[in-house]
Write a protein that binds this ligand. Sequence first.
Ligand code: ZN
Length: 234
Amino acid sequence: MPWLFYLVLVSVYLGVSVGMAFVPSSGFHYSEVYSNGKTEKKILSLTFDDGPDAETTPQILDILAKFEIKAAFFIIGRKISGNEEILKKLAAESHIIGNHSWSHSYLWDLYSSLRMADDIERNILETERITGKRMKFFRPPYGVINPMVAKAIHKTGVKVVAWSFRSFDTTATNPSSLLNKAITKTKPGDIMLFHDSSVLTAGILEKIIVSLQERGFSFIPLDEILKLQAYENR
Ligand SMILES: [Zn+2]
């Protein structure tokens, strides 16, 4: 679990408690990580990473529209080209658009903090150019916060949003075990992580929604469950 590993590493490094990532640069900066709604109510928030995808994102949007659910999409900036209409649709249908970096490079965790900040800002600018919305929510590629990422977060002023339920849908092969996991492991206030680039998720999302609604859960937007603004007012 690299996410937790790095949080522990960075926290231990500075002798502070787990849950915040601190980095010593000019002054003493920290990045708070928002990973669930603090509630006992049976509410959940759906989030999707790694899109927009020309095939599967529209399928997922159709399902969400059918159930009138507003989700959050943490998009990869370099995937916008050719999928501008999908991005506009996300905004027009009041889904939240979040930042999942421009490149999502395999080497992202090794970038300098300046290069990371440029990568984050490039996605903010391109998304704003197309939708008029200036993203505040950021989910680091691979969910890792090392000291360089923490510095880039501070420099760009983004708010870090993680998750409390991870589907592992990019590596799952069995739809029924994914469905079963989503039904049995979900807790009140969970932020659920899926990938809108996943064919498996597109195929099973409707069943997941119906099953959780039957168990008394309802789905609310990410900004509501976190009580945070998703966009910067300009
Ligand atoms: Zn990702």
